[in-house]
Design a protein around this ligand. Structure first.
Ligand code: GUN
Length: 341
């Protein structure tokens, strides 16, 4: 048994049976590091980007950030930074929060027509006056690197995925590259959003899991989740999935990114994680997932927050941008080296 102090960055812990310095509490789960898997994917993409560059092709991503939602700004800046790191072109478009639907549609139309733009993402949420569905449907499906256009959703339903939503695609990469058995597994997707829950369920189904979609209205929710070999939590409620939801040994994938600022809540969530509590007390804030940190003592494998699914969302956006650049150029573009989602 390995004895470890509690790490604030779970990504650096791996392997089974890590003991907490509170003798009562055992961190028995294998930690699935999203950062390590992101790095693998970036290494594969670097080769593909170099082959495209040799053919005179530099994939480009346009990120449209409407207004100044602070969380959205952080996400979009991370996406732009990832483009820079990989040598992709990026275009950061920042219309004001007061923009009308018609004006935003005009921006999308211009981006659709540009040859140097292979991927377009419109960061969500959009301000209330904007018809978000209309905007997402205006993006050329061939440049829809978020996989939100009904045409791409339809391809996914039909098992002909072209561009797939990044977060669920990233979850599949974590499961596959960590050798978690999917075929025949009972998978419970907790959450039914268009962005994560629905595409996640379809991807797991195509990988031959027996899939249940559970949500806030599901009867006996705890019992339903407890039957799962694989749980994907994407319900947007901090630490809702407590250890009693989890069958011992199950794989738990936490898609939630929730900011907490309440000291009492932090004391309760981090009771077994004194270093995380100390970090909260220093900063007055922390990011937690939809899964309670104590689940690490019951699960067989577990994605940390931060450092789990988050890095994969951006990695799959980069992967989709490269894929879109290749697809749009057809035979002129060199073939992909790897087979990602
Ligand atoms: N807002 C939250 N998640 C996402 C995402 O994956 N893509 C976009 N465009 N906006 C988001």
């Amino acid at each position: 048994m390995v004895v470890a102090s509690v790490c604030t960055d779970f990504a650096i812990m791996s392997g089974p049976e890590i003991t907490h310095h509170n003798e009562e509490f055992f961190l028995s789960a294998r930690i699935l590091s999203g950062n390590a898997i992101r790095d693998q994917i970036y290494a594969e993409l670097a080769g593909e980007i170099a082959s495209l560059a040799a053919a005179g092709i530099k994939p480009g991503l346009a990120a449209v950030l409407v207004g100044d939602n602070p969380a959205s700004k952080v996400y979009v800046n991370s996406k732009i930074a990832a483009c820079g790191k990989l040598g992709l072109a990026s275009f950061h478009i920042t219309p004001p929060a007061t923009i009308t639907t018609e004006e935003l549609l005009g921006i999308i139309k211009d981006l659709n027509a540009r040859d140097d733009v292979d991927g377009i993402l419109v960061q969500l949420p959009l301000p209330p006056q904007i018809d978000a569905k209309k905007v997402l449907e205006a993006v050329d499906p061939a440049k829809d690197v978020d996989g939100f256009h009904p045409m791409n959703v339809g391809h996914l339903v039909a098992g002909r995925p072209a561009l797939v939503a990044c977060t669920p695609a990233g979850v599949m990469e974590i499961l596959r590259r960590s050798n978690i058995p999917i075929e025949g597994a009972n998978a419970v997707v907790l959450g039914r959003s268009d962005i994560v829950g629905k595409p996640q369920a379809l991807l797991l189904l195509h990988a031959h899991a027996c899939v249940t979609i559970a949500h806030s209205k599901t009867k006996d929710l705890k019992d339903v989740v407890r039957r799962a070999d694989i749980v994907v939590a994407a319900i947007g409620r901090p630490a809702m999935v407590t250890p009693d939801f989890i069958r011992p040994g199950a794989t738990v994938i936490d898609v939630g990114i929730n900011r907490i600022n309440d000291a009492k809540q932090a004391e309760s969530l981090f009771a077994n994680f004194p270093e995380r509590l100390a970090e909260f007390q220093k900063k007055g804030t922390a990011i937690v997932g939809d899964v309670h940190p104590d689940v690490v003592s019951v699960a067989g494998a577990f994605t940390p927050v931060p450092g789990g699914v988050g890095p994969l969302t951006i990695a799959m956006l980069m992967s989709n941008t490269v894929k879109a650049a290749r697809m749009r150029r057809g035979a002129r573009a060199p073939a992909a080296a790897a087979s990602r989602s």
